[in-house]
Design a protein around this ligand. Structure first.
Ligand code: 7PJ
Length: 272
């Protein structure tokens, strides 16, 4: 029989991108105001964390330089911090951006490279904030060309276990660690589905578990629909992740996800 395993601390992370494809004058006043308004709406809609990214990591995307990433994200973090005390996460792999973001008021580092860039491990340890370690095979530019695993769940778990150990060795506190299987980052649809089916196993790693599937290719492939028509599929994926013990779901559609997860939370209150 299927028994749900619902987190007692299930949270919604709302995504606000500051990349130029989302706000056309990235870094200047209008785009900051638009990003703050978007974040404010997410907070009103039930977001528990706001994730701010200044570098696209979509399949095929190229890295941006540090000055540009700083210019896109730091003024936005400062502006958001002025209007809200919501936990702010900075989606970056760059140690310089981590430092500046935390100085500007960010509370969490979201590293899709799992702190493998430069001295990111040491910087994260010094900053003493929450850190998400995500699995990725390859790099965004090429990761979807031919992803291969013998045993995707085992290999992703081994990688995350190794990164947790590296983080602990560097002095990062266990209570600050979050792991994420990295849906869509060097994975076929079948790899993503195998990871989702086994998401409850990731709790054995002994840290918070985050899952991000919102609007991703895995939803689009199943539905054969473009990104702007993946809401219901994304809600379904968020509910499945929550039923399998995800503590944090990273989403674009906060209001809708909050309603969907309210049903999951109601279930948790009556389960034995
Ligand atoms: C993720 C992320 C994810 C974490 C992106 C997109 C691509 N960070 N950043 N997990 N995805 N932790 O949102 O489609 O799945 S960017």
């Amino acid at each position: 029989m299927f028994e749900p395993n619902i987190s007692s601390n299930l949270r919604i992370m709302g995504v606000v991108n500051t990349t130029p494809d989302s706000f056309s004058d990235g870094g200047r006043f209008d785009s900051i105001a638009a990003a703050v308004a978007a974040a404010g709406q997410m907070i009103a809609d039930g977001a528990d964390i706001i994730d701010i990214g200044g570098e696209s990591t979509r399949p095929g995307s190229r890295p941006v330089d540090v000055d540009e990433e700083l210019a896109r994200t730091i003024p936005f973090i400062e502006a958001l911090r002025r209007i809200s005390d919501i936990p702010i996460s900075i989606d970056t792999n760059k140690p310089e951006v981590m430092r500046a973001a935390v100085a500007a008021g960010a509370d969490m580092i979201n590293s899709v490279s799992a702190l493998r860039d430069g001295d990111a491990l040491q910087v994260a340890a010094e900053l003493d904030v929450a850190v998400c370690l995500m699995h990725m095979q390859g790099t965004p530019e090429t990761m979807q060309q031919d992803p291969r695993y013998d045993n995707v769940v085992g290999e992703v778990m081994d990688f995350l276990r190794e990164r947790i150990d590296a983080a602990l060795q560097a002095g990062i506190a266990r209570h600050n660690l979050i792991v994420d299987p990295g849906f869509g980052f060097g994975k076929t649809l079948e790899h993503n589905l195998l990871l989702l089916r086994s998401l409850n196993r990731f709790h054995a790693l002994g840290v918070t578990v985050l899952a991000g599937m919102s609007r991703k290719g895995m939803i689009g492939t199943i539905l054969d629909k473009p990104a702007d028509q993946r809401l219901y599929g994304s809600l379904s994926a968020a509910v499945i992740a929550a039923m399998l013990g995800a503590d944090i779901v990273r989403v674009h559609d906060v209001a809708e996800t909050a309603d969907a997860l309210a049903i999951v939370k109601a279930l948790a209150r009556v389960s034995s």
